[in-house]
Design a protein around this ligand. Sequence first.
Ligand code: PHE
Length: 381
Amino acid sequence: GAAGPVAQEVLAAVDKSVCNIPDNVLAKVDAKLHNAGFHPIATIKERIVAALPAETVVVDALSPVVSTAANFDSLGFPADHVSRSKSDTYYINSETVLRTHTSAHQVELMRAGHRQYAVFGDVYRRDEIDASHYPVFHQAEGVQLFDKEQLAATHDLGSEAAIGAWLEADLKGSLLKVVESVFPGELEVRWNEDYFPFTHPSWELEVLYNDAWLETLGCGIIHPDVLTRGLGADAAKRSVGWAYGLGLDRLAMILFNIPDVRLFWSTDERFHNQFTSRELVQFKPYSKYPPSYRDVSFWLPAGDGAYHVNDFYELARTIGGDLIEDVALIDEFTHPKTGLVSHCFRINYRSHDETLTNEFVDSLQHKLRIAVVADLGVELR
Ligand code: PHE
């Protein structure tokens, strides 16, 4: 199909001798799963947004096409940092990349005057594709800036150290609210020291879930050099701030019990139809093998209570077991003269492990036809 606006932006800037973006990744740059209706990633985003303080500006439509200056330099990444390499990052040309994190927008958004915001966006890192790795994923990033004098006055903080301690507590408290908004029930968490070029000090938060410690996010006190780039030297001296970034995909996998990241990119309605409630429903696996439909019609035995549709559903399960994905009553008809009622059922035979042959499906359907007559007393049409 036609390229979307981000793909067009990429194509317009491509330097063929540099660009390392494969077609399958280019095909994803306009997907914006964090804004995609009832997608599990959009649901995690909505839960986070609902838990943010009301003043927070939510930014969710920034292009993932950013400069290396924004993605790396403005955040103090050294010139030889591994994440700048073409083996880790998708380059469009030597100065333009697909953002590797939402932190790429920190300086830009500070320059635009934002002091309390949350950015949601698709981010890109070169990676293999398997059940737990995908080169496109999604992040939420929260930033809040404070005026030091104001903070000292309103919270009675007498020293830089006191301001630092208050800021750390505010960051950790704010983050816990976000994490509590996505995880159901009581939470056990732990903070570990971490390192990022653009925050100091820095921490990672781990959450205990189903007996495993999960790294959920990185955070820290914004580095003064980043504030200087975003606010200018004078305002930076008067300011402090914190930032956090959290990955949405792994959270969504854990919370919806989705076993494979590739499912997020599925266009199969059997995936998407499971999540329309916006609740943390548990994903029910479905088969990737093709369906095989067979219909059966019969006249019901006369007399009330002689037959119930559930008798048919149960009989079909007894014969087809897990190879029957679905049974649907597709037609009901009353004969104008005899008054007899006929039911037509459509059975969808499908395996989780293989493509069923027509011969095999026919043999199952044959058994079912014999059984309905023998067990339910119906007359086949
Ligand atoms: N951008 C960091 C990452 O992708 C996360 C982060 C965001 C860390 C903000 C600190 C502050 O790993």
